[in-house]
Write a protein that binds this ligand. Structure first.
Ligand SMILES: CC(C)(COP(=O)(O)OP(=O)(O)OC[C@H]1O[C@@H](n2cnc3c(N)ncnc32)[C@H](O)[C@@H]1OP(=O)(O)O)[C@@H](O)C(=O)NCCC(=O)NCCS
Length: 159
């Protein structure tokens, strides 16, 4: 049976497919200072240890995605990005809730992530969904102006 979770605004969440790699690379580039090559997304999507989830409409037009890495009984949120036009509409939250539901069926019992401490929309989203800061790494993220930002390491039990 195909996996599918509800999302706001008539969208839904489903697993990404290889053909989505280009769109995911584009969304990622719009959300971060440094982009990742399309080939990396193609490889992630093909690898069962790095499942990707998309938010899309009935025509499969993609408005956001989340990429996870599974390692033994832990998992990591590698990246999450929502199309700038679709932000603040509950898509990021719906993506992560679908991920939590799907990982109930996996051995992963914890999720970790790293986030720029100054990325308030992301930090707020993670806190609302039960993540707590467990450590911070100074000078971790390079900035366009040559400075570097602090990274927070956050974690959440998956139940
Ligand atoms: C971070 C990101 C994925 C959030 O996705 P989103 O779809 O806009 O988030 P949602 O609409 O689901 O927001 C859920 C919660 O996050 C918080 N939030 C989201 N955007 C916010 C903002 N701009 N300011 C403050 N809080 C915000 C809110 O608390 C919201 O909870 P609420 O609905 O109860 O108020 C999106 O902003 C994005 O793609 N940013 C660029 C890429 C990025 O920074 N990714 C994360 C880095 S690891």
């Amino acid at each position: 049976m195909e996996k599918l979770w509800m999302a706001p605004h008539g969208l839904h969440i489903e697993p990404a497919e290889t053909g989505d790699a280009q769109r995911l690379a584009k969304l990622h580039e719009q959300g971060f200072f440094r982009g990742w090559p399309v080939a990396d997304f193609t490889a992630f999507i093909a690898d069962r240890q790095t499942p990707a989830y998309i938010a899309c409409d009935a025509k499969r037009r993609i408005s956001g995605f989340a990429l996870i890495r599974l390692v033994a009984d832990e998992s990591e949120l590698l990246t999450i990005a929502v199309d700038p036009k679709w932000r603040n509409k509950g898509i990021g939250r719906a993506l992560l809730k679908a991920v939590f539901a799907d990982l109930m069926l996996s051995p992963a019992r914890k999720m970790f992530l790293e986030v720029d401490a100054e990325n308030l929309s992301a930090v707020k989203l993670y806190e609302r969904l039960g993540f707590a800061t467990i450590s911070s790494r100074k000078g971790y993220y390079p900035r366009p102006d040559g400075s570097a930002a602090t990274a927070l390491v956050m974690s959440r039990d998956l139940g």
